[in-house]
Every structure is written in structure tokens, then in C-alpha cells.
Design a protein around this ligand. Structure first.
Ligand code: HEC
Length: 130
């Protein structure tokens, strides 16, 4: 994790270009489909919060548009540096769905889709969250 943060920090300020490669397009599309798919006991899709309600708060936390510009980042709740996959697993558990395994194709596709949403935004790694 420290090594990932160190390498990503070298790109601080560089515009994110994920999703520009046409060979990645099918995987971005799979990530998009996962983002739109309702799941878990709460039957919510990522989009229900991060597209439909990004200007609101949930239990005091800002719901963002889920552009992962700052990962890996330091999270006060974790008291450590954490990965984007850790963040995604927390959102999935939050809707009471079975979280995909670390390194699973689903998490990688979601990461890729989210990065393509952040296309053009500067890398901010390592960021800080509450
Ligand atoms: C019930 C609403 C809700 C759903 C559904 C949800 N999230 Fe989140 N998500 C949040 C909230 C609230 C936060 C901020 C949490 C915090 O800061 O403590 C967050 C944080 C994030 C972040 C971190 C943003 C940042 O800048 O650090 C990402 C990325 C993310 N969610 C992606 C997803 C994905 C992908 C899914 C679907 C698998 C998903 N979320 C489902 C509410 C939701």
C-alpha cells in the first residue's frame, strides 16, 4: 500500500487518462453495468447514491460523485492508508451485499469505470478522508 501511494504520488497533478485505451472499453462497460446494478438487502445500486444523491449527505458523510482521484488515501476511520478496493468493499457491505474479493474482476472493473468517470481530473494521491 505504501509503495502504491509512493508511485501514485509521483503523478500528483497529472490529469487522469483512464479509459482512453479502446482495448479497455469492454471492461469499462462491465464496470458501468456493475455500478448501475441494484444489489444487497437494501437493493441499491452505486448509482442510487453516487449519481442520484451526490449533493446530499448520508449519516453526516458527504456522498460524492465517486471520482477516486486520491487513492490510496489516509482515512481517519481506518487509522491508516487504504486502497480504493477497501473503500468499494465498505460501500458494498453498507448496502448489505456480499462484497467482491480483493483483486476480483468485479472490483477491478468498478475501479476502471470510476477512474474513467474521473478522466481529466488531477491525481491527488495521497488524499485524506474522515
Ligand atoms: C447508500 C449510499 C451509497 C451506495 C449505494 C454506495 N455508496 Fe459509495 N459512498 C457513500 C458514502 C456516504 C461515501 C462517503 C463515506 C465516508 O466518507 O465515510 C461513499 C464513498 C465512496 C467512494 C469514495 C469517494 C472518495 O472521494 O473518497 C467511492 C469511490 C464509492 N463510494 C464508490 C461506490 C461504489 C462503486 C458503489 C457501488 C458498489 C457505492 N459506492 C455504493 C454512499 C454510498
Amino acid at each position: 500500500m505504501a509503495l502504491s501511494a509512493y508511485v501514485a504520488q509521483q503523478s500528483r497533478g497529472v490529469p487522469i487518462a483512464a479509459g482512453d485505451d479502446p482495448e479497455l472499453a469492454p471492461f469499462v462497460e462491465k464496470g458501468h453495468a456493475l455500478f448501475m446494478q441494484r444489489q444487497g438487502q437494501l437493493n441499491l445500486a452505486c448509482a442510487n447514491c453516487h449519481d442520484d444523491n451526490w449533493d446530499k449527505k448520508l449519516a453526516g458523510s458527504a456522498i460524492t460523485q465517486a471520482q477516486p482521484t486520491g487513492y490510496p488515501l489516509y482515512r481517519l476511520e481506518w487509522q491508516s492508508l487504504g486502497s480504493l478496493q477497501r473503500r468499494l468493499r465498505a460501500c458494498i457491505t453498507g448496502i448489505r451485499a456480499q462484497a467482491y474479493d480483493y483483486g476480483s474482476p468485479e472490483l477491478v472493473e468498478l475501479e476502471l469505470y470510476l477512474m474513467s468517470r474521473a478522466r481529466g481530473m488531477p491525481v491527488e494521491t495521497p488524499a485524506v478522508r474522515p
